[in-house]
Design a protein around this ligand. Sequence first.
Ligand SMILES: [Zn+2]
Length: 76
Amino acid sequence: MNLNGKPEMVNSMWTHFCHTKETVIDTEKGSACNWCPAQEKTEMIYQGLYWAYPLQKYMRWPEYMQYYYWLDKKSS
Ligand SMILES: [Zn+2]
C-alpha cells in the first residue's frame, strides 16, 4: 500500500475489448475480466499499433478490436 499517493492507473490496469460489454474495458492487473474470458497475459501479447485499413489510421489493439467488431456488425 502506497501512502504517498494513488497508484499509477496506467501501470496498474490492462486493457481489452470486451465482447460481452461491447466496449474497451480497463481491468486491474492480476484480475480477470468480470464479463468475458479475456486473459491479461493473452492481451499483453498484442502491444503496439495496428493499421485499420478502412479508417486509414493506427489504433491500439483494444480500439482496433472494437473498431472491427462494429464494422462487422454493420456489414452483417
Ligand atoms: Zn472482457
